[in-house]
Design a protein around this ligand. Structure first.
Ligand SMILES: [Zn+2]
Length: 72
């Protein structure tokens, strides 16, 4: 009986180690990374700068606003 309990304990330890190593191997989730925000120079909406369309030093939320912003 003692051997059986030892076997169960060993399995639990191996399982915990495998879980821990898997967690460590995964890259950190992107959603929790703080994103740089920027503002559309045409409509003023705030959005992630990664999605911005830049024209000179100005950022725009979409192609239409970039065109409208350049024209005015
Ligand atoms: Zn806009």
């Amino acid at each position: 009986m003692a051997k059986f309990l030892l076997f169960i304990a060993l399995l639990a330890v191996v399982y915990a180690l495998v879980r821990a190593s898997r967690r460590r191997g995964k890259p950190p989730p992107q959603a929790h990374k703080p994103e740089a925000m920027t503002q559309c120079a045409h409509c003023g909406v705030h959005f992630p700068s990664a999605e911005s369309l830049s024209e000179g030093e100005r950022d725009y939320c979409c192609e239409d606003h970039r065109r409208l912003g350049v024209r005015s």
